[in-house]
Design a protein around this ligand. Structure first.
Ligand code: DAH
Length: 337
């Protein structure tokens, strides 16, 4: 796998080097980094590598290969862009107002950037990426997560319901998922343990938008199910993630908390190099009832889970004062990043 990744990377670098125009380069980037590109195709295969060490190593190579190709493309784009602009200025002397610098091309939204960086870091730690639907059943979103009907914790999720009665189901049992935790259940029901997955995705709550809340936002869920998993594995994973994502000057801590789907439960904070603490998300040991709802025997399998917001990552990284600004699509805001 690592050899395939290296080969795909070398092919991409060669194609970038020989691209004759920005348009050619765009095509080369799409062919190699795009959704159906060579590297993306290999990335999809990572999850099926059985051996955890091998998967981890392949994840790290994938991360390095993408970074090398992106950097080479950026450099090539800048030099090709300059040459093309020079030629155009010579050609269209009268139309200088249309002139744009290579640096003002579009780019990914800052939440998408945070989402992809998170995926990359967890791939490097040996996780693969799982997905679930945005329209969920009450069972996956609540019941299977140890929040049966009438559980007080349901009140904390201001749920948006969908007008849809599934065959054999009842009215009000279809909803927009309020968190990414139902992906835990779907993963356990479809994958054999050992399970090491993260599930980034869009979630929904009936909230009035303000500077720190949006009714549509993003979370990333983590789930590990294996034999003999303990709280130490959870703390070590959170710490390794903190250092890989934020930098070696950051550390993490767990504080006791409560979630219905984990026991014991904790909240995790990260400490910045200046000593200040920041609350990041929730985590804990997967509750035996949740393991059982996932079709597994809690006597045989144990695990941990965690979940936190992605939008806040982008807000912190870029110093965004009002979360709503990220979704208005005002070019003056977007162009800053
Ligand atoms: N689902 C929780 C929420 O939306 C976050 C969370 C807490 C996820 C603890 C977890 C966990 O996996 O273990 O607030």
């Amino acid at each position: 796998m690592t050899q395939d990744i290296d080969r795909a990377r070398d092919a991409a670098l060669e194609a970038i080097r020989t691209a004759g125009s920005v348009a050619d380069l765009d095509q080369v980037v799409a062919d190699h980094l795009g959704k159906r590109g060579t590297l993306a195709t290999l990335k999809k295969g990572l999850g099926s590598i059985g051996d955890p060490d091998e998967r981890k190593q392949a994840g790290a190579s994938m991360h390095a290969a993408r970074a090398a190709v992106e950097e080479a493309a950026d450099e090539r784009r800048a030099s090709l862009g300059d040459a093309e602009i020079d030629a155009r200025i010579a050609d269209e002397r009268l139309d200088l107002t249309e002139h744009r610098h290579a640096g003002s091309r579009g780019h990914l939204h800052i939440v998408t950037q945070a989402w992809e960086r998170l995926e990359d870091v967890f791939l490097g730690l040996g996780f693969s990426v799982a997905e679930g639907p945005e329209v969920e059943t009450d069972w996956h979103n609540f019941e299977a997560l140890n929040m049966g009907e009438g559980h007080p914790a349901r009140g904390e999720f201001d749920t948006l319901f969908v007008d849809h009665v599934p065959p054999g189901g009842s009215a009000g049992s279809t909803l927009l998922r309020t968190h990414t935790s139902p992906v835990q259940i779907r993963t356990m029901l479809t994958q054999e343990p050992p399970i090491y997955v993260v599930a980034p995705g869009r979630v929904f709550r009936r909230d009035t938008p303000d500077a720190t809340h949006m009714p549509v936002f993003h979370q990333i869920e983590g789930l590990v199910v294996d034999r003999g998993i303990s709280m130490t594995d959870l703390a070590g994973t959170i710490e390794a993630f903190t250092k890989a994502f934020f930098g070696s000057g950051f550390t993490s801590r767990l504080r006791p908390s409560y979630f219905p789907f984990t026991e014991p439960s904790a909240e995790f904070d990260i400490q910045r190099p200046d000593g200040s603490w920041l609350e990041l998300g929730g985590c804990g040991m997967v509750h035996p009832e949740v393991i059982r709802a996932g079709g597994l025997d809690p006597e045989e399998w144990s695990g941990f889970a965690f979940g936190f917001g992605i939008d806040r990552m982008a807000v912190m990284r870029h110093g965004v004062a009002d979360i709503r600004d990220m979704y208005v699509n005002d070019i003056r805001f977007i162009e800053q990043f």
